[in-house]
Design a binder for this molecule. Structure first.
Ligand code: PDD
Length: 284
């Protein structure tokens, strides 16, 4: 049975779902997206993802073809039709079909597509072992706070990491880590302080990042939101990344240097466990 996807109002088998070659998402990467995780058939922190979608759309003067409050029902139907227990729902809004022209079309008919991906995220071999990352120059544009589909720089960074035998890339600009290729980057110093870069246009305002910082505060952990270097990360007691697709992912090697004992640290593990517990409790 083939996967059912959503395209502009229709629920279709994926092989029948089509988008025009004139869609501005295809020609200009003129589109934004969200990835919400699913546990037990329910969405995790989906309201926050919808709010960030609204912010991304506003930033690009784009509108959604369906009211944002109707999106959860479409996500829920896709989850049900595809019997997704654990995995993700991807959604993308693009400025839609128009004659190729750099300026925006006078009348816009934005496109909305959504699909599901089933895969285990709670029980994860990578989370058990921890992952390796390598640094890569952050060559992205200046509005990384907008979740656009122009992901080539991140794709190049992840590919370079894979070619070096690493699991992921942490991106570096002006000597400081911005974020991971598709996640936010954290370190924990030897005195137990959690450090992650402060919000700005330099990074995506991660939904999982926010939830983990709230958990850290509730656990009485000290947090500093500031940039850090690769050298500081290599000397840290623990490191991890956060995203909707991997929750809290321990990092045990950075540019070939083993972090601490080379296994996921206790605070990272605690944050992962607590994040998953709270996510399941609040899932919709
Ligand atoms: N990526 N930073 C970047 C560059 C990202 O692409 C992502 C998410 C994050 C984490 O954001 P959140 O916690 O809201 O997922 C940070 C998604 C999962 C992706 O592109 O697949």
């Amino acid at each position: 049975m083939s996967r059912i996807v959503y395209v502009n109002g229709a629920f279709l088998p994926e092989e029948d779902a089509k988008i025009s070659i004139f869609d501005r998402g295809f020609l200009f990467a003129d589109g934004v997206y969200e990835v919400s995780s699913v546990i037990g058939g329910k969405l995790i922190d989906n309201d926050a993802h919808t709010r960030r979608l609204a912010r991304s759309l506003d930033a690009l003067k784009m509108t959604s073809p369906v009211p944002l409050e109707e999106i959860p029902a479409i996500q829920a139907r896709l989850i049900a039709e595809n019997a997704v227990d654990e995995g993700m729902v991807y959604l993308q809004v693009s400025r839609g079909v128009a004659e190729r022209d750099f300026t925006f079309p006078e009348t816009e008919q934005p496109s909305l597509v959504m699909f599901t991906q089933s895969r285990p995220i709670v029980k994860s071999k990578k989370a058990d072992s921890g992952i390796s990352v390598v640094s890569q120059d952050d060559i992205r544009w200046g509005r990384r706070d907008i979740k656009t589909v122009q992901l080539l720089a991140q794709s190049l960074a992840k590919q370079a990491a894979a070619e070096q035998g690493a699991d992921d890339a942490w991106m570096v600009e002006d000597g400081f880590v911005t974020e991971g290729s598709s996640n936010n980057a954290f370190i924990i110093t030897t005195d137990g302080t959690i450090i992650t870069r402060q919000l700005s246009t330099d990074i995506l305002h991660g939904i999982t990042r926010r939830a983990v910082l709230d958990i850290a505060a509730a656990e009485g952990l000290t947090v500093e939101e500031r940039p850090f270097t690769i050298a500081e990360a290599q000397a840290a007691a623990e490191a991890f990344s956060t995203s909707a697709s991997s929750f809290v992912m321990p990092v045990v090697s950075i540019d070939g240097k083993t972090i601490s004992q080379g296994v996921p640290g206790p605070i990272s593990q605690k944050l992962r466990q607590r994040y998953i517990e709270l996510a399941i409790e609040a899932a919709t």
